[in-house]
Design a protein around this ligand. Structure first.
Ligand code: AMP
Length: 305
């Protein structure tokens, strides 16, 4: 089964207290698509300028990512730059150059519109809605978002929430969207806004999954000793989750499958932060993924008293 992924494709400049690297492959769609590609085929929708390195396109192709929906237009690729503080959790955006992204009109090529699983990776909710307008009866739609859209495009975001099955956001964003301090109350409020399922990411503390009738799952975080670049962890998580769901291809998505999807997303994200950009993904094998999934399983298991 395939998953349709739309989002940003970027050249990032990332600074941590120890290192700085410029013009790295980045963007929400890039991380999400590579994450998903460990489990399923990806139909990719995005835009880049004519300065986008061919090597990145070649890399996507090696990952079973269909690039018919990647628009290459005259101009410069979207550029984003961010700086992390010592805790590697706090991040400041240093610059954003929209470039060709400013006039991005996501169009689903022939055949993409019937993709059963859809991941609307982090981009403006107007574009996410525009993609959904073109999709024909998708089975399961997941959307990722960020604080920026809650601040500047709330109406579009609220319209989107009524059309999706699952929203993924981080704890700060959940509080910002609902004005609730309790994440339990926040998730309940978000579910009342539309999506049947909500995932709240808590950075280095794991992720919470909320479903119907009080269904709840708490996924631990992998105890990583060395984080090199947290950029794209959330996007890789969303991609791994969506790709795993697509690989299971269930007529009705089961909560137990969603729990496993959240763990698979967490596994992929935990690898991604081990190196800058998507570098760790390049050497990652299915065996590595399976091994770390087993570590997650053992970490969360305990016997009856
Ligand atoms: P994350 O670390 O999950 O927040 O994702 C970081 C990625 O999001 C970077 O690779 C950026 O290129 C990309 N990004 C940053 N700002 C935006 C934006 N406003 N819209 C879409 N993508 C963005």
């Amino acid at each position: 089964m395939s998953v349709l992924i739309v989002g940003s494709v970027a050249l990032d400049t990332v600074k941590t207290p120890l290192e700085e690297h410029a013009d790295l492959l980045g963007g929400s769609a890039s991380y999400s698509a590579v994450g998903a590609s460990f489990f399923s085929k990806v139909n990719f929708v995005g835009v880049v300028g004519d300065d986008f390195p061919q090597a990145h396109i070649d890399y996507f192709k090696t990952r079973n990512i269909d690039l018919t929906g990647l628009q290459i237009v005259p101009g410069k690729t979207f550029r984003w730059s961010g700086e992390y503080m010592w805790d590697l959790n706090t991040r400041e955006t240093r610059s954003v150059d929209l470039n060709v992204f400013e006039h991005f009109n996501p169009v689903l090529p022939a055949g993409y519109d019937t993709t059963p699983y859809v991941l609307l990776a982090n981009i403006g909710p107007n574009l996410q809605n525009h993609v959904l307008d073109q999709a024909k009866q998708p089975r399961f739609v997941i959307a990722d978002t960020m604080d920026l859209w809650i601040n500047i495009a709330l109406d579009e975001l609220l319209r989107l929430l009524k059309r999706i099955d699952m929203l993924i956001l981080n704890d700060g964003e959940a509080r910002q969207l609902t004005k609730e301090t309790s994440l339990i109350k926040a998730a309940r409020k978000i579910r009342e806004m539309g999506p049947r399922f909500v995932v709240i990411k808590k950075g280095e503390h794991g992720a919470l999954l909320f479903g119907e009738n009080g269904q709840f799952f708490s996924c631990p975080a992998y105890p990583l000793e060395d984080i090199h670049d947290p950029t794209g962890a959330g996007d890789t998580f969303a991609g791994g989750l969506a790709g795993y769901l697509a690989s299971r291809d269930e007529a009705t998505v089961d909560f137990n499958t969603l729990r496993k999807a959240v763990v698979h997303g967490s596994v992929l994200a935990s690898f991604n932060v081990e190196k800058f950009s998507l570098e760790r993904m390049r050497s990652l094998t299915d065996a590595d993924v399976a091994e770390r999934y087993e570590v997650f399983r053992q970490m969360s298991h305990f016997d009856l008293a």
